[in-house]
Design a protein around this ligand. Structure first.
Ligand code: SAH
Length: 357
């Protein structure tokens, strides 16, 4: 979002308290903040839709503020399980993805937090091409607001596992969490939110200080430094041991069990010795390992492992809880980053020409 004096104010990135201060500056009573806040979070697409807000104030808002409204460029729905994938175009032409997954316990939304990603994980489609920019809090929030509005499905759970590294945009992500958690807005409880990181140790420590009740997922993908450094460049400066130490500190501070993501890659991280080393390293920790069948990325030679169940059994035999993630949206490239990549290759279609299969 544009910064600096005279730039339009990004109203939807403001907390209620900030909004109240801003409206007071405009000479408005404090109680207007709650009204404006809840209209914004309902997804109004113009200030005129704020029914109970006086016309004079609406006009001031039009002059001073920007109302972010992402545009749906593509919308794909899985015929198999109803998963919906959105490709949005943002105000500056950049695109990000969001995936709405339907489970028996409620609908879960996977949101992006950056345009592209700088972490360079070799198996990940989002990393190809690097990071373009961070998303503003409003732009992360918009994915929830407008996916809900478009689909008519209430979102009860959020996963920050879309494009980008949340802890590489930690200030905006923390603000987004505060916004989405607000009872006058979407009111999604912290216990219904998971945040996934490739393991930025200093930022994990920072997040621990906030003592949020969300679930922290750490993308581990290998228990040994040699393999992890090949897969995830972030491991080259801070290895597995220091990462796991910060995870233990995180648990000590928050009391929240950490979930470790482990994408199973054929011949790379799926051997018995790696299961045994992982079990040893996690021993005594309140941990949960989530084994993910690798999603094929066109540009990558890596293949999914056929040993997922064996690996799981081996971990469990050594006292480590491990589950295998169910794959949703397989027919629509629902794993993150892939739709944006395709779009970049093809060029973005004209506004209004979204696909609705
Ligand atoms: N940057 C964050 C969140 C985004 S990725 C992170 O690294 O955790 C969300 C999860 O999907 C991560 O665990 C990531 O490692 C995993 N992932 C990325 N590409 C994948 C692929 N091709 N197959 C399976 N999982 C993948």
């Amino acid at each position: 979002m544009e910064q600096g004096a005279g730039a339009p104010v990004d109203l939807k990135s403001m907390t209620q308290a900030e909004l109240a201060a801003f409206l007071q500056e405009l000479g408005e009573p404090k109680f207007r903040a709650k009204q404006v806040f809840s209209w914004l979070h309902k997804g109004v697409t113009s200030f005129d839709q704020m029914g109970n807000v006086p016309k004079a104030l609406r006009e001031k808002l039009v002059q001073r503020c920007r109302l972010t409204v992402p545009e749906i460029v593509r919308r794909q729905q899985s015929a198999q399980d109803g998963t919906i994938k959105y490709l949005w175009r943002l105000w500056d032409g950049n695109c990000v993805e969001t995936v709405l997954m339907r489970y028996r316990h409620g609908n879960s939304l996977c949101v992006s937090c950056q345009v592209g990603c700088n972490m360079g994980c070799v198996f990940c489609a989002s990393a190809l091409g690097g990071k373009v920019r961070d998303l503003a809090p409003s732009e992360i929030l918009d994915q929830v607001i407008f996916a809900q509005k478009d689909s008519g499905l209430p979102v009860s759970n959020l996963v920050m596992m879309g494009i980008g590294e949340p802890l590489d945009n930690v200030d905006n992500v923390l603000r987004f969490l505060e916004l989405v958690n607000d009872p006058d807005g979407l009111n999604i409880g912290m216990r219904h939110i998971s945040l996934s990181t490739c393991g930025l140790v200093n930022k994990i420590d920072k997040l621990a200080e906030c003592a949020l009740q969300l679930t922290l997922s750490v993308s581990l993908h290998a228990p040994d430094d040699e393999t992890r450094s090949k897969l995830m460049p972030v491991n080259r400066s801070v290895g597995v041991e220091r990462l796991l130490e910060s995870c233990r500190r995180y648990f000590a501070r928050t009391g929240r069990r950490i979930s470790y993501e482990y994408a199973m890659i054929d011949g790379v991280n799926d051997s018995d010795w790696q299961a045994d080393l992982l079990a040893r390293r996690l021993k005594g920790q309140q941990a949960h390992v989530n084994l993910i069948p690798l999603n094929h990325v066109e540009e990558s030679p890596l293949k999914p492992s056929p040993r997922v169940r064996q690996f799981q059994r081996r971990l469990e035999a050594q006292g480590v809880t491990a589950t295998v993630r169910r794959k949703l949206g397989g027919d629509i490239d629902a794993s993150c980053g892939q739709l944006r990549r395709k779009q970049m290759g093809e060029g973005v279609p004209e506004p209004g020409k979204e696909e609705v299969p």
